[in-house]
Ligand binder design. Structure first.
Ligand code: ATP
Ligand code: MG
Length: 731
């Protein structure tokens, strides 16, 4: 009865409670943003644990980011009273894939200490293969092939499976052979790429039904968040695990035929199509899992009426939606409409956003409750600079990371070789860093030896120093290096990770190299190395640390400080903030030109979903910005406001009057006609009536405007105007 209901159920609405309690058979929760889908998943896990239907280790739960996984664990612990010790199978598809592979590496021809390569490694490896084949890597760039491989792996394809046409699309038909050579090379290196973290487990389960069965039994419950963005490989893995094993004698326990799989998602938030996600997966759920219970949630608990109204109207411009109702009870007369602001250029945009943030701060809004969501990561730099100037704390989530810096990559290459001596990519990176007289010729010789003997380079190096093929100096250095690595490897089990790391960087001369470097950024590189060692001290071993880095793309080193979040729209999925800033709503940037060029109508619709995701992250306040001039790839371009602005409903939006330094930049033309979208409220064909002083500015503005006008007359598409001002910019 209701009296016996546990606390965690009481806060749910009836549909949510239904989804939480439907624990026999497949369930799909298909609902709009902010309706509590993630909350349903979390509560469902708590409910399962609370009823004792499974141990934490028998629950397979997938989130979209590592951060989301951490948060979910914390929430579950709160709901069930802190008694959850570890949920080993709660994570991203990739982190779960690694776990399968470490346990069963030998079944796919790897050893359990395999390395996970990042994009940089992959590209370098492919480049070697392309060159070895005598293919012109200018004409057929390694990076392009890397993304083709990624695409195949997203579909779960091995070299033998790829369609003939795909194979022809690279290097005149060499695609398949190169892909096969790449996989063989990975095997030799005892390495895998990100795609393999899914493809290997799939192959392993297919080829070893006994192993699969073990996991099918183990996982009593499967749960997936953001189901609309699963790709084919992820879907295959899920399907394999969700099949129920046939009953066997002496086998007790629950034995339903229908799997206990619960997926939640929103077709309107499918934003990873460009990376192989298949929104189809969510649309055919009830065919894949017959008898599925489909639950719809309609009440939004996150956003104000205005934000929801704006987002709903925008997304209604997409065709082919399932269509969902969304309502909110949050009707506060004090709630602001969605604000649209104009700025002259990105610098002014950043300055104005900074001002807005400081104003909110004065009204006691915490920085933690504010986020800036950009379409493209290059937009971040301007904000970062502004925040540094203002002394505002900020954190970049999922952006260019600490671990991608040169000195960090070098240092980690050393660590990788120590932990995994077959890691040739890492070895190749640092064999002559710092310089030790092992020039290109020596390295090539080493490569050839490694290849001929099918050995890792480090092992080949040991052989090579026994011959007289190298000049004495090179031979001596190579001999020293191999001895050092042997020594460090010997310390691996006994010395704490961070101490060993320090020893390696000292003894190799790497730290010294930067100490002797006179360039301006050398000091900060040394600081970064210190920071790196500091970080390692938080891990039980150097190995554990390397694994962490390979996996955790959204590390947040200082989670405690109050700070504005800065991230791309793509990485904002599932999150929510009191106040959200959405800069850069201009044609060509958002919607992004590449999405329009490559994806046509569906590309545009994915961009619109991205806009929907952005708007629906906001609880109370949402500020949209666009600029008249933006510097893209070093060129100033005059821009047109995003068509998405025109797709916002008048009732819920207002054009902000900003009392910034330049007075009236908000009084730019309203209600002008002649834009490509008819009478546009955001048409900036009429120059701003602001009081910018510089005559140069006025001329540039007029030039930009007339060029824009001419083009509007002849164009039916929405391509961004490219008016070059040259390097110096309009001012
Ligand atoms: P998204 O599609 O953006 O991922 P979602 O559907 O997963 O959104 P949640 O993040 O689970 O939505 O919930 C949105 C907000 O609403 C959260 O702050 C959550 O705590 C709150 N919420 C959800 N359900 C309820 C409820 N029944 N009562 C009160 N608050 C709720
Ligand atoms: Mg969610």
């Amino acid at each position: 009865g209701a009296a016996a209901q546990p606390d965690y159920l009481r806060g749910l609405n009836p549909e949510q409670a239904e989804a939480v309690q439907a624990i026999d058979g497949p369930v799909l929760v298909l609902a709009g943003a902010g309706t509590g889908k993630t909350r349903v998943l979390t509560t469902r896990i708590a409910h399962i644990l609370n009823l004792g239907l499974a141990y934490p280790s028998q629950i397979f739960a997938v989130t979209f980011t590592n951060k989301a996984a951490r948060e979910m664990k914390e929430r579950i612990a709160l709901l069930v009273g802190g008694a959850v010790e570890g949920m080993p199978w709660l994570g991203t598809f990739h982190s779960i894939g690694v776990k399968f592979l470490r346990r069963h590496a030998e079944l796919v021809g790897l050893r359990s200490d395999f390395t996970i390569l990042d994009t940089d490694d992959v590209v370098r490896l492919i480049k070697q293969l392309i060159q070895a084949e005598g293919i012109d890597d200018k004409r057929w760039p390694a990076r392009q092939f890397a993304s083709m491989i990624d695409g195949w792996k997203n579909k779960g394809l091995a070299p033998a499976d790829i369609p003939e046409g795909d194979s022809r699309a690279f290097a005149n038909g060499k695609g398949r052979a190169l892909f096969a050579a790449y996989q063989a090379r990975l095997q030799t290196l005892n390495a895998c790429d990100f795609g393999d973290l899914l493809c290997h487990p799939i192959r392993m389960f297919r080829n070893h039904p006994d192993v699969l069965k073990e996991y099918q039994r183990k996982f009593r419950f499967l749960l997936v968040d953001e189901y609309q963005d699963t790709n084919t490989a992820q879907y295959m893995l899920l399907r394999l695990l969700a099949q129920r094993p046939a009953a066997e004698d002496g086998d007790t326990g629950r034995r339903e035929n229908a799997p206990n799989i619960c997926c939640v998602g929103d077709d309107d938030q499918s934003i990873y199509g460009w990376r192989g996600a298949e929104v189809e997966n969510i649309l055919r759920f009830d065919r894949d899992f017959p008898g599925a219970k489909v639950v719809r949630l309609e009440r939004n608990y996150r956003s104000s009426e205005h934000i929801l109204g704006a987002a709903g109207h925008l997304i209604s411009h997409n065709e082919g939606r399932l269509g969902k109702t969304l309502f909110t009870d949050r009707r506060d007369p004090d709630d602001d409409r969605v604000q649209v602001h104009a700025a002259w250029d990105s610098e002014e945009e950043a300055r104005a956003v900074g001002e807005e943030i400081e104003q909110l701060q004065r009204r006691d809004v915490r920085l933690n409750d504010m986020a800036i969501l950009v379409r493209a990561s290059f937009q971040m730099r301007e904000f970062e600079e502004r925040f540094v100037t203002l002394g505002l704390n900020y954190r970049v989530i999922g952006g260019p990371r600490f671990y991608e810096r040169q000195e960090i990559r070098d240092a980690m290459a050393y660590f990788r070789v120590v932990c995994q001596p077959a890691d040739d990519l890492a070895f190749g990176r640092i064999v002559n860093v710092p310089k030790r007289g092992l020039g290109e010729a020596s390295v090539r010789l080493l490569h050839d030896h490694a290849r001929a003997d099918d050995k890792p380079m480090l092992a080949a190096a040991q052989d090579l120093v026994g011959t007289d093929e190298l000049k004495p100096r090179a031979r001596k250095s190579l001999s020293d290096v191999t001895e050092q690595f042997a020594r460090w490897q010997g310390l691996l089990e006994t010395m704490p990770g961070h101490e060993l790391a320090e020893v390696i960087l000292e003894e190799s001369g790497y730290t010294e190299m930067w100490q002797n470097d006179r360039s301006a950024d050398a000091p900060s590189r040394l600081e970064n190395l210190k920071e790196l060692i500091e970080t390692i001290s938080g891990f039980e071993s150097l190995r554990a640390f390397l694994e962490h880095v390979a996996l955790v793309m959204d590390v947040d080193t200082n989670a405690d400080m109050d700070a504005v979040s800065l991230m791309t729209l793509h990485s904002a999925k599932g999150l929510e903030f009191d106040t959200v800033f959405l800069p850069g709503w201009e044609e060509g940037l958002f919607p992004h030109q590449r999405a329009l060029d490559e994806g046509g109508r569906s590309g545009l619709e994915e961009e619109r979903r991205l806009a929907y995701v952005g708007l629906t992250r906001a609880k109370r306040r949402c500020h949209i910005w666009f600029v008249s001039n933006r510097r893209i790839h070093g060129l100033w371009q005059s821009t047109i406001p995003s068509r998405f602005l025109d797709e916002l409903p008048e009732d819920h939006v207002e054009v902000a009057e900003t009392d910034g330094q330049y007075g009236g930049y908000a009084s730019y033309g309203r209600g002008q006609s002649g834009g490509p979208y008819g009478a546009s409220r955001f048409d900036r064909a009429e120059p701003f009536a602001g009081n910018y002083q510089s005559p140069g500015w006025r001329r540039a503005q007029q030039n930009a405007t007339s060029a824009t006008r001419e083009n509007w007359g002849t164009r039916s598409g929405h391509a961004v105007e490219r008016v070059a001002y040259g390097e110096s910019g309009p001012r």
